[in-house]
Design a protein around this ligand. Structure first.
Ligand code: PLP
Length: 452
C-alpha cells in the first residue's frame, strides 16, 4: 500500500471519523491498522499492539479466524443477499434465530434483526411502545434510562443514552425518555457503603415511576455493566432491587447486552451473570465477533406473540437478518460453543485476569481496580483515600496514559480519568502477563509525568 504519510493525508482530506478528538488527530496523524491476528494488531509502520479492547469490545473470538471468512465466502456465493420482509426468509436467518433462542435465557425466543446495536435499540423503542398500544395503553410510552449510559448513535440510541455529549449535539433528542443516575459508587457514592449506595440508586427508578406514573412508563433500559461509561460495576444490591421494582410496577426490562453478551462476563449474557430477567435483550458486537455488522433484539414470547397477533409491525431494515452476517454470526457461535471459550473464560482466564488486574490497585496512581469477567476498569486518582478526581480537565490524565499505552504496544481506552480493558476472550495467560506489564509501565510513566 501507499506510504503511511500519503494515506494519512488522504484520510485527513476525505474521512470524517466517528468519536475522534480532531485536535489530537491533527497533532499525531491517524493510526492505520493493516492487519491483526489473535490479540495482536499491526499498523502501517509495522508496530504491534496488544489489543486489550477487542476493537470496540467486539472481537470476542480474536482476530484472524479463517472459518469466519470461509463462512462469509460460502454464503456470498450461495445467496449474497435477500431480505426478510414480505413473508420471506432464508436459511441463515432461520438457523441463527433458533440458535439465539437456545442460548438466550428463559422465554426470549424471538429475534428481530438489525445492522447494529444502535438500530436494535431503535427497534426496542418502537417494540415496547407498540406493545403497550396494542394492550390498550398508548400513554404508557416513556422509557427510563440512565445517565452516562451508551445505547448507540442513531437518534433513538443517542436519546436513550445518557452521556452528556450525546444529549447536547444533534438536539433535540427524541421525547419520552427519562434518565436516572448511574450506580457509580467510586465517583458518586460519598460516605455510603457500596451496598447502601446500590440500593439508593436502584430506588431512583421507583421514585421516577411514582413521579411519572406507572401507567406512563413503558420500560427501563440498562446495560448489565455500563461499558462505554467506564465499566461501572454495579454494587451487589443494585440489580435485584431493579428487578423487584420492574416486576412490582409492571415495567418492561430491556437489558442492553451489546457489550456484556456472548461471553464478556464469563457467561453467555450479562443477564445470566446478574440473574436479571429481561423481556428484551439488545445484541450486536460479540454476536459476530465484529467480523460482520449485525445486531438485534431478542424478545420474550409475550411481547413477540402480542405484536404478531396484532398484524403487521411496520418496522425493518434492508439488512435485517443479512444472510452473510447471519452465516458469520452462526460460525462465531459455533466456535464459542465447540471450543468452550466461555467456559474457559469463566473457569480459568477471567480469574487469572482478575487477580492481575486487581493487583494494579496498589499503584500510587490508582484508586479502584474493578473487573467483571473480561471487562475491567481502573480509576486514576491524585488521592486514593478521598477518591479525589484530578482537578484539571477530566480526562487529561487518561489521555496521557492512553498515549503511553500506545507507545508501549498496548491498546487501552480511557473514559475521563478511567482506563478500561475488554480483551478478546481467547487471550492467554502469557498475553495477560504482557498486558499487565505494559499497563504498569504506562502507569509508571504517567505517574512520573504528573509528579514532574
Ligand atoms: N449499546 C451498547 C451497550 C453499546 O456499547 C453500543 C456500542 O458501543 C451500542 C449499543 C451501539 O452499538 P453499535 O455501535 O453497533 O450501533
Amino acid at each position: 500500500h501507499m506510504p503511511t504519510a500519503e494515506l494519512q493525508a488522504l484520510d485527513a482530506a476525505h474521512h470524517m471519523h466517528p468519536f475522534t478528538d480532531n485536535a489530537e488527530l491533527a497533532k499525531t496523524g491517524v493510526r492505520i491498522i493493516t492487519g491483526a491476528n489473535g490479540v495482536t494488531l499491526t499498523d502501517s509502520e509495522g508496530h504491534k499492539y496488544l489489543d486489550a479492547m477487542s476493537g470496540l469490545w467486539c472481537v470476542n473470538i480474536g482476530y484472524g479466524r479463517k472459518e469466519l471468512a470461509d463462512a462469509a465466502a460460502r454464503q456470498m456465493l450461495e445467496l449474497p443477499y435477500y431480505n426478510t420482509f414480505f413473508q420471506t426468509t432464508h436459511v441463515p436467518a432461520i438457523a441463527l434465530s433458533a440458535k439465539l433462542a437456545e442460548l438466550a435465557p428463559r422465554d426470549l425466543n424471538h429475534v428481530f434483526y438489525a445492522g447494529s446495536g444502535s438500530e436494535a435499540n431503535d427497534t426496542n423503542i418502537r417494540l415496547v411502545r407498540h406493545y403497550w398500544a396494542i394492550k390498550g395503553q398508548p400513554e404508557k410510552n416513556i422509557i427510563i434510562s440512565r445517565k452516562n449510559a451508551y445505547h448507540g448513535s442513531t437518534l433513538g440510541g443517542g436519546s436513550l443514552g445518557g452521556m452528556s455529549g450525546m444529549q447536547t449535539q444533534g438536539v433535540p433528542v427524541i421525547p419520552g425518555i427519562h434518565h436516572i443516575d448511574q450506580p457509580d459508587w467510586w465517583s458518586e457514592g460519598g460516605d455510603m457503603t457500596p451496598e447502601a449506595f446500590g440500593l439508593e440508586r436502584a430506588k431512583q427508578l421507583e421514585t421516577a415511576i411514582h413521579n411519572l406514573g406507572a401507567d406512563r412508563v413503558a420500560a427501563f433500559i440498562a446495560e448489565p455493566v455500563q461499558g462505554a461509561g467506564g465499566v461501572i460495576e454495579p454494587p451487589s444490591t443494585y440489580w435485584p432491587e431493579i428487578q423487584r421494582i420492574c416486576d412490582e410496577h409492571g415495567i418492561l426490562l430491556i437489558a442492553d447486552e451489546v457489550i456484556c453478551g456472548f461471553g464478556r462476563t464469563g457467561h453467555w449474557f450479562g443477564s445470566d451473570y446478574y440473574g436479571i430477567r429481561p423481556h428484551i435483550m439488545t445484541i450486536a458486537k460479540g454476536l459476530s465477533s465484529g467480523y460482520a455488522p449485525i445486531g438485534g433484539s431478542i424478545v420474550c414470547d409475550e411481547i413477540a406473540d402480542t405484536i404478531a397477533n396484532a398484524g403487521d409491525f411496520n418496522h425493518g431494515y434492508t439488512y435485517s437478518g443479512h444472510p452473510v452476517a447471519c452465516a458469520v454470526a452462526l460460525e462465531n457461535l459455533r466456535i464459542l460453543q465447540e471450543e468452550k471459550i466461555i467456559e474457559n473464560v469463566h473457569d480459568t482466564i477471567a480469574p487469572y485476569l482478575a487477580e492481575k488486574w486487581e493487583s494494579l490497585a496498589d499503584h500510587p496512581l490508582i484508586g479502584e481496580a474493578k473487573i467483571v469477567g473480561m471487562m475491567g476498569s481502573i480509576a486514576l486518582t491524585p488521592h486514593k483515600e478521598s477518591r479525589a478526581k484530578f482537578a484539571a480537565d477530566a480526562g487529561t490524565v487518561g489521555v496521557a496514559c492512553r498515549t503511553r499505552c500506545f507507545a508501549n504496544g498496548l491498546v487501552m481506552r480511557h473514559v475521563g480519568d478511567r482506563m478500561i480493558i475488554a480483551p478478546p476472550l481467547v487471550i492467554t495467560k502469557a498475553e495477560i502477563d504482557t498486558l499487565i506489564d505494559r499497563a504498569t509501565k504506562s502507569l509508571d510513566q504517567t505517574y512520573d509525568l504528573i509528579k514532574a
